[in-house]
Write a protein of this length. Sequence first.
Length: 134
Amino acid sequence: YRIGYNAVYLGLKTNFFIETDTYTESTAQGSYFVKNSEEVSRWSATQGLNLLRRERFSFYTGLGYGIRNYYATILSPDAAQNGKICKITDNSAKGLEMECGVNLFMSDYFGYSIGYSVLAFKYSELTGGIILRW
């Protein structure tokens, strides 16, 4: 939807990592985590504005909801949990997602974006993506 030179956008972001069979604990519960076994599941949906639209680029800013789940393999004193994939609650977050960036090399059908996002005022990351326009 366009508002003058500006337009509304919907952004969906994921790293396509899904973990299903997990055990959840905080780092204070006494388990040890296997080094180099970490994985992060990242999902977010944002909505915002494309600002200062020009023929080949525009700026964007938006708000939405994001989830970051941090997983590691654990070595636990509890034999039943030993070696399982564990969601580490201390390093996981969900909540308000804010993002901003620039859309580059825009054509009639697609473009590229590079930006910066912050989840729950705790985790930040650089992002890149492909824009599909219709």
